[in-house]
Design a protein around this ligand. Structure first.
Ligand SMILES: Nc1ncnc2c1ncn2[C@@H]1O[C@H](COP(=O)(O)OP(=O)(O)OP(=O)(O)O)[C@@H](O)[C@H]1O
Length: 432
């Protein structure tokens, strides 16, 4: 990296990306690459000697579940919102914390609007969410926790206001900024001095958390001349970019965000391969087999396939992938705790979310079935339309990780988030 003009924080959301970026940056005392939550905890500790009692993620889910159950059992009249799964309330509480909402009366009476949500919550439903929030905060305190991870940005902002310490960074660079909640971005704008800078890289087509708000309200003074549009796609082949555009062209992407339409890439390659697998239970084995073949092909034909990723909706299949993979290739799991980036040829696997910001020569996507994308549980939590919107963005991320080759597996019927089986976007094959 060129010499930086002062201490710089490069911050992102995804742990695997942090590992990758650290390798790219190399040793540099002036540049710190960190995951947001880790950065926030460390920074808060430098501002205040008070112990930071943070509720771990799993415990938080447990306590929110208890709060939901208690409010359910106390309710005098039965409102449908009470039957929503716990994930629904988790999401709503995350949203409140992420937006720094502190006036809950305004939230309850509907003056605080949730952008990007496909349906509005009635005030009486918001009253229930607020009751759950209050009970959850009590449970946190009863269990000797002061905060949870979703609070951290707000806590950091408060501590920054209370303390009068010199800023520790001169520049902040936010990568994959679309993943950050407004409170996180505000907190980052508040750790640099007046003559410092905040550089925000983001792609709102990949935005998952529904946190779009104006630059100004994020504490960023953006002049039109400061905005740089990256409209060239250097990563994907024409054929893969065409599929990504088709995913982005579905109604699930139609919202109030102005997307930058990339210019068509120059690089030519094979059409994405759509494979109808013999059965669902065979898809993981097929995916691993394909990934291994792509690497073997490299040795035979000298095609530049060095790294292949098998990406899935979640990490349910991690163990099976590990077991099935032969030992001829290096196999690396993409996860938050990755310490070292695996350069050189090999297979990577993990959930879509862990692949954000990364790229691979080839990507294999098993389980692109209609009943997998989106999952039943996501439909229960968010409703069909919002679940489709969230899943479409994740799938877009997964598709755009592929530089040269993309393989899509399904059995039965293909998810409607992708162009139909008959589309000329694909080459087709079957393992039946
Ligand atoms: N000017 C350029 N010329 C050639 N290749 C480039 C150029 N800029 C970027 N690339 C290559 O394009 C690929 C994607 O770039 P980069 O990782 O910066 O994209 P990104 O915007 O962060 O994507 P995403 O947010 O989707 O992960 C990388 O392989 C990078 O080396």
């Amino acid at each position: 990296m060129p010499k930086s003009g002062g201490k710089t924080l490069l911050v992102t959301f995804n742990g695997a990306l942090v590992t990758y970026l650290r390798e790219l940056v190399g040793p540099d005392d002036d540049v710190k690459v960190e995951q947001y939550h880790k950065f926030a905890i460390d920074y808060i500790r430098t501002l205040s000697p008070d112990p930071l009692l943070i509720c771990p993620r799993d415990r938080r889910v447990e306590l929110i579940e208890r709060a939901v159950n208690e409010v359910r059992s106390r309710a005098r009249s039965r409102r449908a919102v009470l039957d929503r799964p716990v994930g629904f309330f988790l999401d709503e509480l995350d949203w409140l914390a992420g937006h720094g909402i502190t006036n809950f009366a305004e939230y309850v009476n509907g003056h605080v609007q949730r952008v990007g949500r496909n349906y509005g919550l009635a005030p009486s439903d918001r009253t229930i969410v607020n009751q759950i929030r209050i009970r959850y905060r009590q449970l946190l305190a009863e269990n000797r926790y002061e905060h949870d991870l979703s609070d951290l940005a707000g806590v950091l902002r408060r501590k920054l206001t209370e303390s009068h310490k010199e800023p520790q960074y001169r520049h902040v660079v936010i990568d994959e900024g679309q993943d950050f909640s407004p409170e996180m971005i505000r907190s980052l704008t508040e750790i640099v001095p007046k003559d410092g800078t905040v550089t925000f890289f983001g792609d709102y087509a990949q935005q998952i958390y529904g946190s779009r708000v104006s630059w100004k309200s994020l504490g960023l003074l953006v002049e039109p001349k400061d905005l740089v549009r990256f409209d060239r796609n250097y990563r994907n082949t024409k054929q893969i970019a065409r599929l990504a555009e088709a995913v982005a062209d579905t109604p699930f992407f139609k919202d109030d965000v102005e997307l930058v339409s990339p210019l068509p890439p120059q690089r030519d390659g094979d059409a994405p391969l759509l494979v109808e697998a013999f059965s669902k239970s065979m898809q993981i084995a097929e995916a691993v087999h394909m990934a291994e073949n792509l690497l073997v092909d490299r040795k035979v034909s000298r095609r530049k396939i060095h790294q292949v990723a098998i990406l899935l909706r979640n990490d349910d299949w991690d163990d099976e992938i590990e077991i099935i993979s032969d030992r001829n290739n290096r196999v690396t799991r993409l996860h938050k705790g990755m310490k070292v980036w695996a350069y050189g040829p090999g297979i990577f696997y993990g959930p879509y979310a862990e692949a954000r910001g990364l790229e691979f020569d080839a990507v294999v996507l098993p389980f692109c079935d209609a009943d997998e994308l989106p999952s039943k549980s996501s439909i229960e939590v968010f409703g069909a339309t919002e679940a489709m919107m969230k899943q479409a963005r994740e799938l877009y991320i997964a598709v755009t990780r592929a530089k040269t080759e993309l393989v899509i597996l399904y059995s039965g019927s293909l998810t409607s988030l992708l162009p139909g089986e008959e589309s000329d976007i694909y080459d087709r094959s079957t393992t039946r």
